[in-house]
Design a binder for this molecule. Sequence first.
Ligand code: PLP
Ligand code: SF4
Length: 335
Amino acid sequence: MLQTVSLAELARRFTSDLSHLEQVAAVYPCRISSYYAGLITAPHDPIWRQCVPSVEELDDTVQLPDPLDEERLSPVPGLIHRYPDRAVLLVSNRCATYCRFCMRKRKVGCSGGETDLPAAYAYIAATPQLRDIILSGGEPLMLPDDELHQILSTLRRIPHVEIIRIGSRIPVTDPSRITPALCRMLAEHHPLYLNTHFNHPQELTPESARACSLLASAGIQLGNQTVLLKGVNDDSLTMQKLLTGLLRLRVRPYYLHQMDLVRGTAHFRTSLEQGRQLISSLRGRVSGMAIPHFVIDLPGGRGKVPVLPDTLQRDGVVWLVQTSSGEWVRYADPV
Ligand SMILES: *Cc1c(COP(=O)(O)O)cnc(C)c1O
Ligand code: SF4
């Protein structure tokens, strides 16, 4: 059973009045696992910012609830099919902790908009180009082992589904959910990839390390998707600690996401230029293995695009290439 803390308990712990946040939680649900709340060291620290509601969420009324047009791109409710060969199946709309910056803020923790699983299986089975299915939500690992096993087995019976990915923040928000029994079950469904979601070095705890180690030892390839968040991880040193710490946990950084233009999340947004400078600041300074792709997911469901530093210029037939220390070097392709 997931242990959670209420806003009232949090208020007592930090002797602050949080009653005004109940109105925010009435619009965008609040849930904080006891484990994750335990990582907070002071009010408004990077953990607090990620999980405790803020009145600023209600100030943001300009952006759209679903800027990536996921609903329009769903041929059946709960299956998002944007790219030719892969699709996202939303298998749960609950999470162990609701992140205040969530790109599916419009639906996580809310009722309605349930996935039509039989229709989704039928669509996947009838669409042979789908070779990669991504289980997301919400949080797939909020499902009991047997339900998850059922979903994975059903997908595995579709011959053209080659790989299955799970998107899960459970190793960060409720690591004790990762049990040897869960890992044994998952290992029956290889090739299986799991992308988790660490955003700050304070989240790299012994409990999380144990969860990642269990998953990795079950042969599951672990990646990480970080969201670039103002006041949480938008400085180079924090990002370096996070990314190199992830490699120690056997997790390979995969994506660094520019915040989506989702309603209720404006107070987390950084500029595209800031993100680009941040990612350039890492190159040459930390292992290439630690550096994720910095991507922007374009509005209107146009997909993810990598944002790269300007390291290339053409000078006639030769190239000018900028090194990580800023020097421009001439490079000519051999004739
Ligand atoms: C991000 C995303 C994917 C997966 O993209 P990759 O670049 O392959 O990781 C697939 N479908 C949708 C709708 C997505 O948003
Ligand atoms: S765990 Fe993922 S789906 Fe759930 S609230 Fe956080 S970002 Fe959203």
